[in-house]
Design a protein around this ligand. Structure first.
Ligand code: GLC
Length: 629
């Protein structure tokens, strides 16, 4: 029949038109607009938020530790994020593929949830992907500050991002933007400098980690899957505590807080830093984790931060003293202050139940929950996590590449600071003669990867020994001298050993044992540990010597300086110790300049450039050259 035929034809055309419309109107028909990457991020955020239950929202605000996580836990509790605490790895010396299997398994659990919201895995890649065996370990920030080379630091960020992605991870708790004002602080080596402008200049690492955000960009940014989300930390005043006490009290007026400790944050935010971590410390006796004025009014209001604010490890429990007292009140204070994601990291069942109860009573307004989840979803959507939730196996090959190690060696060279080369009764010694017949190398720090890497390396505190791959300073020395030169190494030689054995000179490598956070606080003396003072005196009294110091901060050295022909600060150089030897033997000139004041004695502290009383052994910015051509 004509009509039917024509109707049939009409209905066919109608179906074709409808099908085309469905293609054009992305996913609205199936009611999943948030899954459509063609939609603006904010529209996707709002669509997804509108679909979420309170349980799903609180789950997104919860970050748990790897040891507490499984696909089942993530699915059941709708967990939004997992982290590796310092040294937390899926297996001893886990390979990239073992890391990626773990993160993919967790992701599978997350995508099994009702709305399939991908989870985020975070780690402290603070000087390379330092939890991972075989990763390139770059110099810690105190040394990078001495390079005064923001472009180098940006390149380190790029290399680090690749090595983090090599393990299926897309989020690092870096950079630390602390302005360490007292070297008695156990985290001073995580700070680029005592000078806020040097710290601010090093925010280029964010461009390396995340990719450079387009001009005028506002909000979190991630360029692609070879980059990772960054975390500026610890907001704010972490490096200004009284006597450098970790998690202590920063007593300054608001103007000083802003111009000294907050200086780097507007630049970090303008670069699109995706997350900001709250400091454990207090400002004028108020815990930062409960400071609504600074976390919300200043950071999110005046500074316009659009990413998410994450607490520090059990930062909520530390709001009270003793730890964890009146927990519900601390949760209320922390979240209402502006914390969006809580690094729980273990008692997630209690945390989730507590938040739910506080929301039900109105103690935490739903608007605060919605703001927190909006920020978290914004970061995840901006990062492309919904489109690419799983690891990219092809990136596994980037862990510890030769080009990254060459970059690290460059950073080591540029971080070294020459503080003495001749003077008084001692003749110039650097550059060292690479054709000497016999040379002596002494000190545990000359032949130990773990010692030269410092804290946050393969474990939270770091440790002595062959903890990861790399080149020791001694190996670098052996590679730098002529084939006719005999290099004799003594860990801790007996008194008088250097005498009468035909050594042209000695390289004495001294320093601190690794430490991290409060375990590195040294409120008393900052002396060089035994046996180094005696080793310097004995060795350098018998033959010409250069002392190389491996430390996270300046130490008391004035009493021993007269024994030395030359003195070099090498900080915590990381896995590529050859960079030290390349400069000692004159293949490269010293270019480093102190990022911190070198004090004479602890009684002077705190003492920073610009202070009215300023009588350092070596001033901020000091650094000599050998004068090689
Ligand atoms: C630590 C540190 C912080 C780190 C976090 C996760 O306690 O304060 O810098 O990112 O916990 O390991």
């Amino acid at each position: 029949m004509k009509i039917e035929g024509s109707l049939a034809m009409g209905s066919q055309w109608a179906l074709v038109v409808l099908a085309c419309l469905c293609l054009l109107v992305p996913n609205v028909a199936m009611g999943q607009l948030y899954k459509d990457p063609r939609q603006p991020v904010e529209r996707r955020v709002n669509d997804l938020l509108s679909r979420m239950t309170l349980d799903e929202k609180i789950g997104q605000m919860t970050q748990i530790e790897r040891g507490s996580a499984s696909a089942a836990v993530i699915q059941q509790y709708k967990i939004g994020s997992v982290l590796s605490g310092g040294g937390s790895e899926p297996a001893f010396r886990a390979t990239p593929s073992q890391w990626m299997s773990m993160t993919n398994n967790f992701q599978w659990g997350a995508l099994k949830t009702r709305l399939s919201i991908p989870f985020l895995y975070g780690t402290d890649a603070v000087h390379g992907n330092n939890n991972v065996y075989g990763a390139t370990i770059f110099p810690h920030n105190i040394g990078l500050g001495c390079t005064r080379d923001p472009w180098l630091v940006r390149r380190i960020g790029s290399a680090t991002a690749l090595e983090v992605r090599a393990t299926g991870i897309s989020y690092t708790f870096a950079p630390c933007l602390a302005v360490c004002r007292d070297p008695r602080w156990g985290r001073c080596y995580e700070s680029y400098s005592e000078d806020p402008e040097v710290v601010r200049s090093m925010t280029t690492i964010i461009d390396g980690l995340q990719g450079q955000s387009p001009a005028g960009w506002r909000g979190p940014y991630l360029q692609d899957r070879r980059k990772v989300l960054a975390c500026a930390k610890h907001f704010v005043g972490d490096g200004g505590t009284f006597q450098g006490k970790d998690m202590g009290n920063t007593v300054v007026n608001y103007e000083t807080l802003v111009k000294t400790h907050m200086r780097a944050y507007p630049t970090a935010i303008a670069k699109g830093v995706s997350t900001i971590m709250v400091s454990y410390s207090s400002w004028n006796n108020q815990k930062m984790h409960a400071n609504k004025f600074l976390l919300t009014d200043v950071l999110k209001g005046r500074l316009g931060f659009k990413g998410f604010v994450i607490s520090d490890w059990d930062g909520i429990e530390r709001i009270t003293n003793p730890w964890g007292a009146n927990y519900a009140n601390s949760v209320r204070l922390g979240i209402n202050a502006g914390i969006d994601m809580v690094m729980v990291p273990k008692n997630y069942v209690t945390f989730i139940a507590t938040v739910k109860r506080l929301v039900s009573t109105g103690a935490i307004p739903m608007s605060r929950i919605n703001d927190a989840v909006t920020r978290i979803l914004r970061v995840k959507l901006q990062a492309g996590l919904f489109e690419y939730p799983y690891a990219d196996n092809s990136l596994g090959a980037y862990l510890g590449t030769l080009s990254h190690r060459a970059l690290a060696r460059e950073a080591v060279r540029k971080s070294l600071v020459l503080l003495k080369n001749g003077g008084g009764a001692k003749k110039r010694l650097l550059p060292l003669n690479k054709n000497a017949r016999r040379v002596l190398v002494v000190g545990a720090h000359a032949n130990d990867i773990g010692l030269q890497c410092g804290g946050w390396t393969m474990s939270w505190q770091g440790s002595q020994g062959a903890t990861t791959k790399g080149t020791t300073i001694l190996a670098g020395i052996r590679q730098s001298v002529s084939k006719n030169t005999e290099v004799v190494y003594q860990y801790n030689p007996p008194t008088g050993y250097a005498k009468g054995k035909g050594f042209e000179y000695a390289i004495v490598v001294v320093g601190e044992k690794p430490y991290a956070e409060i375990q590195g606080d040294n409120l008393n003396n900052l002396n060089m540990p035994s046996p180094y003072p005696a080793l310097i005196k004995d060795t350098c009294s018998n033959i010409p010597c250069v002392v190389v110091m491996i430390s996270g901060r300046p130490l008391v050295v004035e009493p021993y300086l007269g024994y030395m022909n030359a003195f070099v600060a090498a900080w915590l150089p990381g896995s590529e110790g050859r960079g030290v030897a390349e400069v000692l033997f004159g293949n490269y000139e010293f270019t480093g300049r102190l990022s911190r004041t070198w004090f004479r004695n602890v009684g002077q502290l705190p003492m920073n450039v610009g202070d009215r009383y300023y009588n350092p052994l070596f001033p901020f910015g000091f650094g000599m050259k050998m004068g090689i051509k």
